[in-house]
Design a protein around this ligand. Structure first.
Ligand code: PMP
Length: 399
């Protein structure tokens, strides 16, 4: 074991007994470079974060500019910080009604926590509904609505009054009733194995929530910011949530989350008592500067069509023996393989060839494909061809 691996394992709390353990020297564009001089194509974008590639020059320069002005000055919500309102304004300009005001936090799970609290406070109801196979984060509230018992069980009791429904099941929607405060859903389940909601089902879910007065929360933490071939995945479905949760790619590699809703709904955070939902670092100015720069780059570039081009190439190359299905939309794709052994072999083969792939949290037969939207076309095709060759070689089929 190298000295640094030993130190990493000794001093940094570990999340599993098998960390990937790449020793990072630098990351630029589509590539991650290690201290040992190896370079990897980042085909998962740090789990759907680096959609503009690593260290996008405009993001880096916005960060530097903000660092020279000020860092943290006050807890969220007290001082007027130009970079925060500028970002919030440009974000809501992209969104339909009633998504008109932004609450900035630090991470995805905090966005979901805030959304769940906002739904409870603004409706006066307590009952929460979520879907089997979902993933919403690892803090207690988000974990309470995460649809895999194996992750919840070690931490019980969690939030009371939470029930789970079958994703994409129309009949289950009748269980959403007039006591339901909120229903939280990923329009495309990410960690569950990249499973898009059915068009009609998501519309029916929207209608049911409207009928019974339940708040519909879309967790677009993974699917947001052009990754799926629309700015937000809900645009594929022509339905609008009451609260939209965002993070990951939002701030170009800096940590930030947000939940977006109506001005009217957010008023419930202002009173009874005042300051009933606050955060010290939420919307940190450096993260907000990075988010504003990222948003501007995304708006100016042709990343939405690039996400669709990525999907088109993936669909034309990734078919044949060993492949059960390629699921997803745009550059949020999941490649379902025949079995766990093959999946493992393909991920390892690609890793040895300098391509970073990964699993999703709830599936061991699915390879996550989420390249930066900035990936050059020739590198995209070359990488997809290598993945295909990895499958054929692992199956011992000549290619
Ligand atoms: N929701 C979804 C859909 C996610 O994919 C994730 C992270 N994988 C989260 C919430 C939690 O985000 P974070 O890790 O920033 O707390």
């Amino acid at each position: 074991m190298s000295h640094s691996l030993e130190q990493f394992k000794h001093f940094v709390a570990q999340t599993s007994d098998a960390p990937l353990g790449l020793e990072i020297e630098q990351a630029e564009g589509t590539f991650i470079h290690t201290k040992q001089g190896k370079s990897y194509v980042d085909f998962i974008s740090g789990i759907a974060v680096s959609s503009l590639g690593h260290r996008h020059p405009e993001v880096v320069s916005a960060i530097k500019e903000q660092v020279d002005k000020h860092l943290h000055v006050m807890v969220y919500g007290e001082f007027i910080q130009e970079v925060q309102w500028n970002f919030a304004k440009e974000l809501v300009e992209l969104l339909p009604e009633p998504l008109e005001q932004v609450y900035l936090v630090n991470s995805g799970t905090e966005a979901n926590e805030g959304a769940l609290k906002l739904a409870k406070k603004s409706t006066g109801r307590t009952k929460l509904m979520a879907f089997y196979n979902s993933y919403h984060g690892d803090t207690h509230g988000s974990l309470s609505v995460t649809g895999r018992a194996v992750y919840r069980d070690p931490y019980l009791p969690l939030l009371p009054d939470v029930s789970f429904l079958q994703f994409n099941n129309l009949d289950d929607l009748t269980k959403i009733d007039t006591e339901t405060a909120a229903v939280i859903v990923e329009p495309i389940q990410g960690e569950g194995g990249v499973i898009p909601a059915c068009y009609k089902w998501l519309q029916a879910l929207r209608n049911r929530c409207t009928d019974v007065g339940a708040v519909l929360i879309f967790d677009e933490i993974q699917s947001g910011f052009a990754r799926t071939g629309h700015f937000f995945a809900f645009e594929h479905y022509q339905v609008v949530p009451d609260i939209l949760c965002l993070a990951k790619a939002m701030s170009g590699g800096m940590p930030m989350g947000a939940f977006v809703s109506s001005r009217e709904r957010f008023k419930s955070f202002m009173y009874n008592p005042p300051l009933n939902h606050v955060t010290t670092f939420g919307g940190h100015p450096v993260s907000a500067a990075a988010a504003l720069a990222s948003l501007r780059v995304l708006k100016q570039g042709n990343y939405i069509s690039k996400a669709r081009i990525i999907e088109k190439h993936a669909r034309s190359i990734l078919k044949g023996p060993g492949i059960v299905e390629l699921r997803g939309l745009g550059a949020m794709l999941g490649l379902e393989l025949r079995d766990q052994e093959l999946t493992q072999m393909v991920v390892e083969y690609c890793f040895n060839k300098g391509i970073l792939l990964g699993w999703t949290l709830h599936s061991n037969t699915l390879i996550r494909l989420a390249p930066p939207l900035t990936i050059p076309l020739n590198l995209l095709v070359e990488t997809l061809e290598t993945i295909k060759a990895a499958i054929l070689d692992s199956l011992e089929i000549p290619n």
